[in-house]
Each structure stands twice: as C-alpha cells, then as structure tokens.
Design a protein around this ligand. Structure first.
Ligand code: UDP
Length: 409
C-alpha cells in the first residue's frame, strides 16, 4: 500500500483497540469479497470525498473494492442536477427534467460496465437506473446522500420503480424515509481524519497556504467552504457577514470548487464576484485540500449556512478541527450540531450575523465549543464507524444468500 494509505489500525488512538479488533474480525469474514461502488464524479462534493477514502480502507482490509464513475454528457448532468434540486424540494415542472437523456446515458454506461461483483453499491440518483440493465447475481443497494425531507413528488414517483429494484436503500437519517417497498436503512456519512484535508497542520503550514492565496490573517477569519451552489446559500453568508462587520472586524472567505456533475457551479461563482471587496474573498481554489484544511482550522468562525443539506461533511471537517461552526438548521447539520453546545444552528441571516458577532468576540466560548465539536466527531463521524456499517450490511446479505442457497450450512 502507498505511504499515504491509512489503515484501520491507525484509528486505535480515536476508537480504542477493542473496536479495531472487532472491525478486523468482521473484515476477515469478507476476505476477497469483490465490491463495487458506483457514483457520478471522482472529485467535488461529499460522495467523492467519502469514496476516495472508503474504497482504499476496504481494500486495505482485503475486500476487493472498486470505484466506478459513470460517464455523462453535459445534457445528462444538466438533467441530473435538476433532479438533485427537485429532490431537495425545488418546485419545477417535471417535464423540465430530460428523463430521456437520463435513461439513454445510463443505458450506455450499462453497456460499458460489467458487474460480476459480490456486492454493488450505487450512489445517488445519477447512476440509479443502472440496476435495470443487469441480470442481478448479487445484492445491489442504493445509497442516497441527498436531503430527502421534501422530495418533488412527481419526480419521486418516477424514480421509485428504479429504487424498488434494489435490495436495500441507504439514507442518512430516518426523517428521509420514503414510502417504497425496498427496505430502508440509515448510515450517516463520516470523515477520514488522516487526509491532507483533515490531518493536523502547524501554524507555519497554515500561514504559508493562506499567504499563497493572498488571504490576510490580521483579522479573525469567517469562512464557508462549499461547492458554489444556491443550496449552500453563499449570498446569505455574505449578507450575514456584512451585518456582523458593523459590530466586529473580521475577514470573510468563501472557498468553493466545482464538481464534474454540477454544471451550475460556474454561474453561481460568477454571480458572486461583484460582491467582493477588500475584506470579502471569493475563491474558486477549493481543490487545494491544504487550503481547505488551513481555512477550516484557522477560522474564528466556520459557516455552513445551507438551506438544504443531505449531511454536510464540511461541518464535520470543521468540527474535527475544533472550530466553532454556525450551521443552517436543516438536514444533516442538525445531527451534528447540538445548538449552543458544540456549535450553533441558525434559521435566518440575522441570527447567523448575531452568532458571528458573538463568536468573534468570545474566544473562550469558541475554544469550548470547538473542543466539544471534535469530541462529537470522534464519537460519531469517523470513517471507521461507516466502514463497520458497510461490513455489517454486506455480511447480513451474505447470511441471507447463504441461507437461501445453502440451507444445510
Ligand atoms: N470541498 C472541497 N473544496 C471546496 C468545497 C468543498 O474540498 O471548495 C469538499 C469538502 O471539504 C467536503 C465535500 O467537498 O469534503 C463537500 O461535502 P458536503 O457533504 O459538505 O457537501 P456536498 O458538496 O456533497 O453537497
């Protein structure tokens, strides 16, 4: 394995030897198992972030785990981004969504991809119809990372027959449960603490990265790291910051990147540029993971002011770095932040602004919240926990299949 590849043993310092042994034992039962993860992009967004670490960790445990990415035209990603928006609750005529392009492109991907795996995990709506094109020889599960609290009903009705061909659907929380025949289970996302994005950095390393991108550190930093996407409410962040700046001195940095499967990003980024000033930085350099790390770590306040959020890995990442986080009171952010304890939840620009002022002024409060935030992540949101859930899931299907085909054993 490469020198940067982490192993489950590395987690002992956070989860204890007993948990590591338990996971190793579970993995031994699945030696040489052949697993495939399928999604729509290698970079940008939380799913790619999880898969890049999870697939390596599973391989390090002897489970042969592949990561396949579907190919798609810009028409296709235009259609699937609309789907994403509608599933998160945006109203639109169903006929606006090019389902013909969607189904054709997935059919083409099915011709190119061959699945003779023991277990297939398909992530999010983009590759969802793949399952219809194969004679299933093993369990297929659909993992949906989207905030499904208010899905567009016509679109959901259209997708349901695809979902129902899977053996299970994994959602992030119970509140995303849908009325479908498929069994639904719940896994919350998690972070890898050993990546360049999440590992410890020295003050000098952070200074170097921030200086490289021209970010001043003379005033407290207020930061949001997120794809340029209206659901992340970048305009609301800028307004909250401007209100806060009337009471406290601070610098705002909005850092974003563009995912291959999100064609709206560039437009959103460009629409924000006119809002820059000498204290408002809007940077598209979000692929620089050391910069993401430096900003999340050095910030006096990290914002994730989303209006919908499947989970919000950026919240987890900042909490792990002991930063005080102000999150929108929506979706997965609510499962991470316990309001007033390890961060703040807000529902309006005014509230976000008040919390910025309070946190910038009160360093002991930030330190205390940050300490609790890291502990929350250690307990609940490290990749070792998510890995174990996948191992249990694969093993439970293995048991069902064994009972079905080899009842004497
Ligand atoms: N990300 C990044 N650079 C950016 C913006 C986001 O590396 O400029 C990463 C971020 O660190 C996180 C992921 O992309 O790991 C975003 O996941 P999240 O669940 O917060 O949101 P999503 O983009 O999946 O809606």
């Amino acid at each position: 394995m490469g020198r940067n590849t982490h192993r489950i043993e590395d987690y002992e310092q956070f989860i204890g030897a007993e948990a590591v042994d338990r996971i190793l034992k579970k993995a031994r039962n699945l030696q040489d198992y052949h697993v495939s993860h399928v999604n729509a992009t290698y970079y940008g967004g939380g799913v790619a972030e999880i898969l890049s670490s999870l697939t390596l960790l599973m391989n390090s445990l002897g489970i042969k785990t592949e990561w396949r990415v579907i190919q798609g035209s810009s028409d296709f990603f235009g259609a699937t981004k609309k789907m994403h928006n509608a599933l998160q609750g945006q109203q639109m005529p169903f006929s606006d969504i090019r389902t013909d392009v969607y189904e054709d492109v997935i059919y083409e991907n099915a011709i190119r991809n061959h699945f003779d795996h023991d277990f297939v995990i398909v992530h999010d709506p983009q590759p969802l119809p793949l399952v219809t094109h194969y004679k299933k020889r093993s369990p297929w599960v659909w993992r949906c990372h989207i905030d499904l609290s208010h899905p567009h009903s016509e679109l959901w009705d259209y997708l349901t027959p695809f979902v129902e061909q899977y053996d299970a659907a994994i959602l992030s929380f119970k509140e995303y449960t849908q009325r479908i025949k498929t069994p639904q289970i719940y896994f919350m996302p998690a972070i890898n603490p050993f990546t360049y994005k999440n590992r410890f950095m020295t003050e000098e390393e952070m200074d170097e990265r921030l200086a490289f991108h021209g970010i001043p550190t003379d005033l407290p930093l207020v930061v949001q790291v997120a794809r340029f996407d209206p659901w992340k409410d970048p305009v609301g962040v800028i307004e909250a910051y401007k209100m806060a700046r009337q009471e406290v001195d601070c610098t705002l940095v909005l850092l974003g990147n563009f995912a291959a499967d999100d064609p709206e990003g560039v437009e959103v980024f460009e629409s924000l540029l006119e809002k820059r000033d000498d204290r408002i930085f809007i940077l598209p350099n979000g692929e620089d993971t050391a910069l993401v790390n430096s900003l999340q770590r050095r910030a006096a306040v990290v914002l994730q002011k989303s209006t919908r959020e499947g989970f919000g890995l950026t919240v987890t990442e900042a909490m792990w770095k002991e930063s005080a986080v102000i999150g929108g009171n929506v979706g997965g952010i609510r499962y991470q932040i316990d309001d007033g304890d390890n961060g703040y939840l807000v529902t309006s620009i005014e509230e976000a602004s008040r919390r910025i002022v309070q946190l910038v002024k009160d360093e002991p409060l930030r330190t205390e919240m940050g300490r609790k935030a890291r502990e929350t992540v250690r307990e609940k949101f490290l990749l070792s926990r998510l890995l174990e859930q996948y191992l249990d899931l694969i093993d439970s299907f293995e048991t069902i299949f064994r009972m079905r085909y080899f009842p004497g054993f």
